[in-house]
Design a protein around this ligand. Structure first.
Ligand code: HEM
Ligand SMILES: *[C@@H]1O[C@H](CO)[C@@H](O)[C@H](O)[C@H]1NC(C)=O
Ligand SMILES: *[C@@H]1O[C@H](CO)[C@@H](O)[C@H](O)[C@H]1NC(C)=O
Length: 577
């Protein structure tokens, strides 16, 4: 029997906390619970025995108690006597003996009776609360049951409160089955991610809006999470700035449906009373489902938006640890503004904002393409057109400068995009932004330094060559690291691990090209050497040869501006010797 564990948990849950708050004017809809609690009286006197019946679809466990209707957070009231000793047992909640009834085993049942005995000091009105375990992991916690009162107490203005079935005065209830996506696009406005999301399936997010009456919209949302799922309506693509948010928060086998105005990037501030109706929910197999109804129009000051306008729609999920935590990952955003009360649509969304995509793409182009070609041109192509000039400068230099300026411009332009998107510094992006800023700084420093370079023959030119080479190389290496870090950021939602493999391929290709060109340069020298040896029979020792080679193969001090082409080096060396 599993009940010790579950019963204990239910006991803790049910004994220690009050019911969920909600609205007393909900109406019964198809979502409402099939489990009902009925009593055979509407009034009681101290000492009375009241028959309480729980019935509904087959369930395995339950936990029934009575509480002061005026103070549902308070202790359990009265005691119970059993009607079915085989399938039920009395428990002690707080200090009151026998103040609750629960199951004895998880055998399937659909009906159970018990007697509640009104205590001497009973409050004026009491309400029955029941928690039902339909099956493992499907709970309905503290379904509010009927309220009964002592005779001389005036009942509330609305006679409804004395109704004995759950449906009529039900504030929050449960759903019995997953939502349906079948009328998405025809009858419902749906946002699905992925776009073929079947709301019953795991690992997909579903949000729908359906007009109920002239001024009412039924909202359904589901998604996998053990924390919360939420959506928000926004005038822009940035969360915050007063966005209208709706959160379904799973709180130990219970879902709270809340509204909030997202003012900043901090935690949401919940509205004390969500202006929602017919709130219902279900927790099953790691999926949170919730549904509610709200009016299309709201007075502006309440923080809710009117639904008949165009909004970006965000969907987020995250964890709850006492407080709402930031989303696990980038929220989903629709790729445009939509009118959820307008023509029914079935749309998807993206977890990767366009600005961030452009940021990644431009940075990639800059640091994997333009900068690499620029370096190769400077290092290996100088001897190709030694004498041809373009606008008064050597061609290789013009090409190198143009490519490097382009790299810096691309970097600068795409550098601001994440800041634009985030509206500030993003503290969720690890080292990427820090290293990224370093790369940006080096990329700005490099052309400035080049602008102040000493003339080719000046002695300080060597220092410039060193600095230019090392700054450039550091920036390139850092940029590759930054790219690897950036690719895995949630804002891009790239397919792991293939993005990393692809990038590794690119890096290997670049390094390979460089090595090949280097070997090619080596061979050129070698050939030149052979010619020299043949013509002059010079006593060309291996060590001198290696020295010459190392000068051309290792960039500094032979940095890529004036000395890297092999032939000239050999001639210079010959002249010296
Ligand atoms: C080497 C060039 C790059 C530099 C200098 C750079 C720089 C930056 C900086 C400074 C930020 C922080 C902005 C902020 O905190 O709001 C940032 C954010 C970001 N970068 Fe890069 N980046 C580079 C390359 C890339 C690449 C190639 C990718 C993707 C493949 C990428 C993906 C991202 C993402 C996703 C963010 C947003 C992080 C977030 O706020 O969630 N970056 N980048
Ligand atoms: C309700 O049920 C209890 C227990 O069976 C019984 O004692 C009581 O008389 C019943 N009350 C009414 C009004 O039927
Ligand atoms: C949204 O749709 C509703 C219903 O069709 C319409 O009354 C309203 O004017 C639309 N709003 C906008 C901003 O288009």
């Amino acid at each position: 029997m599993e009940s010790p564990g579950v019963a204990l948990m239910l006991w803790a849950l049910a004994c220690l906390s009050g019911p969920s708050t909600g609205f007393p004017n909900g109406k019964v809809t198809e979502h409402f619970p099939k489990h009902t609690v009925e009593v055979n009286v509407t009034e009681f006197k101290p000492g009375d025995r009241v028959k309480v019946s729980l019935s509904g679809p087959v369930f395995e466990g339950f936990f029934l108690q009575a509480r002061n209707a005026e103070n549902l957070e308070g202790p359990a009231i009265g005691s119970f006597a059993l009607a079915d000793r085989k399938r039920s047992q009395v428990l002690t909640c707080g200090r009151v003996k026998n103040s609750a009834v629960s199951h004895t085993s998880k055998s399937k049942k659909s009906h159970l009776d018990a007697y509640w005995i009104a205590p001497r000091d009973a409050p004026k009105r009491i309400q029955f609360l029941v928690t039902v375990v339909e099956k493992f992991r499907v709970f309905w916690v503290k379904i509010p049951g009927p309220t009964i009162s002592q005779p001389n107490i005036p009942t509330l203005a609305t006679p409804v409160v004395t109704e004995v079935t759950v449906g009529t005065s039900l504030p929050v209830s449960h759903l019995t089955q997953p939502f349906s996506a079948s009328d998405c696009g025809s009858n419902k406005f749906c946002v699905r991610n992925p776009s073929d999301c079947d709301p019953g399936a795991r690992d997909c997010f579903f949000l729908s809006f359906k007009r109920d009456h002239v001024d009412l919209i039924v909202v359904e949302m589901s998604g996998p999470s053990d924390g919360y799922i939420a959506f928000a309506l926004s005038h822009d693509q940035w969360m915050g700035g007063g966005d209208d948010a709706y959160l379904c928060i799973s709180d130990s086998h219970h879902v709270d449906i809340k509204t909030a105005s997202l003012t900043g990037r901090a935690y949401p501030e919940f509205d004390s009373e969500p202006a929602l109706d017919e709130m219902s929910w279900r927790l099953a197999d790691g999926l949170i489902q919730c549904s509610f109804r709200r009016r299309i129009h709201f007075p502006a000051l309440q923080g809710r938006f009117n639904l008949d306008a165009n909004y970006y729609i965000f969907m987020a999920d995250g964890e709850v640890r006492g407080m709402i935590h930031k989303h696990y990952r980038q929220p989903l955003i629709t790729d445009g503004k939509f009118n959820v009360t307008g023509p029914a649509k079935d749309i998807g969304g993206s977890r990767s904002p366009l600005l961030i995509k452009i940021h990644g793409a431009l940075m990639f182009v800059a640091w994997m393409t333009t900068v690499s070609i620029g370096v190769i041109v400077a290092r290996f192509f100088k001897p190709v057109w030694p004498n041809s000039l373009l606008f008064g400068e050597e061609i290789w230099f013009q090409v190198h400068r143009a490519l490097m300026v382009m790299t810096v411009l691309l970097t600068g332009a795409s550098f601001i995009l994440p800041f634009l998107y985030r509206g500030g510094w993003s503290d969720q992006a690890g080292f990427h932004p820090y290293l990224g800023c370093t790369v940006m700084a080096l990329a700005i420093f490099q052309p400035i330094m080049a602008g102040f370079r000493p003339p080719p023959q000046a002695p300080r030119r060597e220092i410039f060559n060193w600095l230019h080479w090392s700054t450039g190389t550091t920036a390139r290496i850092l940029a590759v690291v930054v790219i690897f870090l950036g690719m895995d950021l949630p804002a891009l939602n790239l397919p792991d691990p293939w993005d990393t493999y692809t990038m590794m391929g690119f890096v290997a290709w670049h390094v390979g090209t460089d090595v090949l060109l280097e070997i090619h340069g080596y061979c050129l020298i070698h050939k030149e050497e052979a010619d020299i040896l043949a013509h002059e029979r010079d006593s060309f020792t291996l060590s001198k040869y290696l020295f010459a080679l190392s000068l051309s193969a290792v960039p500094p001090p032979c940095s890529f501006h004036n000395c890297c082409e092999s032939p000239r080096y050999i001639f210079e060396w010959r002249n010296v010797t």
